[in-house]
Design a protein around this ligand. Structure first.
Ligand code: KG4
Ligand code: ZN
Length: 335
C-alpha cells in the first residue's frame, strides 16, 4: 500500500548546517528545491564555522524562499503548510530557519511542523518510490553515519552507528590531508577517477561482526601516508584508496545488517550517498543478496529542504503539527 502524504503545497525550510534551502513539495512531488551552499565561505577554514554560518543564513533565507516559490510557480498565498528543520544542528543556524518558518506560518495562518533533520534524510528515497518495509537505511553524511531499521514512516530503530568520525567527515579530513578541496567527498570522488584503489592499503576500522563504524584510524593512516610518501605520493591513487576504504566498509556493513534484521530493501541517504562508487557497489551487493536498492536521488542527498518537506507531508497527513512555541534543539535523538 502506498504511503499517505499531505497534498500541500508545503513550503519547507532547512538551515541546520551550512546550506540555506527552501523547497515547495506537494504530496511527495518536489515542485522546487533551491539550495544556497556556504561551501565557498567555509572553504578557507576547512570546516563549518557556526557564527559565520548563522550570518550567511540570515542573508540568504528570504531570497531562497522567494526563489523556491517562483520556481514552483506559486505565490505565498497558495502555501498550505510550513515545514522547518528544528533539530538537530547548529543552534544559531537552526534558529534562522525556525524564526522564518514561524513567521511565514503565523502570517499565512497555516500549520507549522518542526522536522528532525535525519528523518528528512531517511524519508528522501520516498521521493522516487515506495521502499518495502522493513528496510535498512544507510544514512551517511558529514555529521552522521547510521544504520537505521525503518519499520514504517516514523518508526525507526538505530541499529548501528559510527563510534567516532562520520563517513563524510572522514572524506573531508582525508581530502584536506591530500590537498584537495572542501567539501572533500566530491573532491575525492573526482580525484579518484583513473586512480588505483588498491595502491595504498588503508585500515577499515572495526574488525569482527558489528554494525558500528570507526573512521578515526583512517585519518591517521592518511596523514602517515602523506608524510611517508612526500612528493612521490600519487594523489589519484591515494584518493581512490580512501574512497574504497570508506565506501567498502559502508556497503559491507549495510548489507550484513540488512540481512541480520530481515530487511527487504536497502535505502541510501545523506551527503555521502551522492558518492557514485558507493551507489554502484551497494546496488550490486544488494541485488546479489536479493534485496531491493532505493537510493535517494542525487539532488536530495546533500542537505536540502525538499527532504524536509517530504518528511513533513507524511506527518501532516497524520494530523500532526507543532505549536508556535517550536523549540530549536541542537541535539535530539531520532523521533
Ligand atoms: O548531508 P550533508 O549535506 O550534510 C550533513 O548533514 O552533514 O553531507 C555532507 C557530507 C560532506 O562531508 C561531503 O564531503 C559529503 O557529504 N559528500 C560526499 C559526496 N558529496 C558530498 N562524500 C562522498 N562522495 C560524494 N560525491
Ligand atoms: Zn544532512
Amino acid at each position: 500500500m502506498s504511503a499517505e502524504f499531505f497534498a500541500g503545497p508545503t513550503l519547507a525550510i532547512e538551515s541546520s548546517c551550512d546550506e540555506t534551502s527552501a523547497a515547495v513539495v506537494s504530496g511527495r512531488l518536489v515542485l522546487s528545491n533551491i539550495v544556497a551552499s556556504q561551501a565557498k565561505l567555509h572553504e578557507k577554514w576547512g570546516g563549518v564555522v557556526p557564527e559565520a554560518a548563522a550570518r550567511a543564513h540570515v542573508e540568504a533565507i528570504i531570497p531562497v524562499v522567494s526563489e523556491a516559490l517562483s520556481a514552483a510557480s506559486i505565490s505565498l498565498q497558495d502555501v498550505k503548510a510550513v515545514a522547518v528543520t528544528n533539530r538537530p544542528g547548529l543552534v544559531g543556524a537552526l534558529s534562522v530557519g525556525v524564526t522564518a518558518g514561524l513567521a511565514f506560518a503565523h502570517g499565512l495562518g497555516v500549520p507549522l511542523l518542526g522536522v528532525h533533520h535525519l528523518e528528512g534524510h531517511i524519508v528522501s528515497p520516498w521521493a522516487v518510490g515506495d521502499p518495502p518495509l522493513p528496510h535498512l537505511c544507510l544514512l551517511a553524511s558529514g555529521g552522521h553515519t547510521e544504520l537505521v531499521l525503518v519499520r514504517d514512516l516514523g518508526s525507526y530503530e538505530l541499529v548501528g552507528q559510527t563510534l567516532d568520525d562520520a563517513a563524510g567527515e572522514a572524506f573531508d579530513k582525508a581530502a584536506r590531508l591530500l590537498g584537495l578541496g572542501y567539501p572533500g567527498g566530491r573532491a575525492i570522488q573526482d580525484a579518484a577517477i583513473d586512480g588505483d584503489p588498491d595502491r595504498y592499503p588503508l585500515p577499515r576500522g572495526l574488525s569482527g561482526k558489528t554494525s558500528d563504524f570507526s573512521f578515526s584510524g583512517l585519518k591517521t593512516a592518511v596523514r602517515r601516508l602523506v608524510e611517508a610518501e612526500g612528493a612521490a605520493l600519487v594523489v589519484r591513487d591515494a584518493a581512490a584508496s580512501v574512497q574504497k576504504a570508506i565506501a567498502s566498509v559502508l556497503w559491507q556493513r549495510a548489507i550484513e545488517t540488512a540481512l541480520d534484521h530481515g530487511a527487504k530493501a536497502v535505502t541510501l541517504a545523506g551527503g555521502v550517498a551522492a558518492n557514485l562508487m558507493l551507489r554502484t557497489e551497494l546496488e550490486r551487493q544488494a541485488l546479489r543478496h536479493g534485496l531491493e536498492f532505493i537510493p535517494a536521488p542525487i539532488e536530495l542527498c546533500t542537505d536540502n529542504a525538499a527532504m524536509i518537506g517530504l518528511a513533513a507531508n507524511f506527518r501532516l497527513a497524520r494530523g500532526e503539527s507543532s505549536g508556535f512555541d517550536l523549540d530549536v534543539l541542537p541535539n535530539a535523538p531520532l523521533p
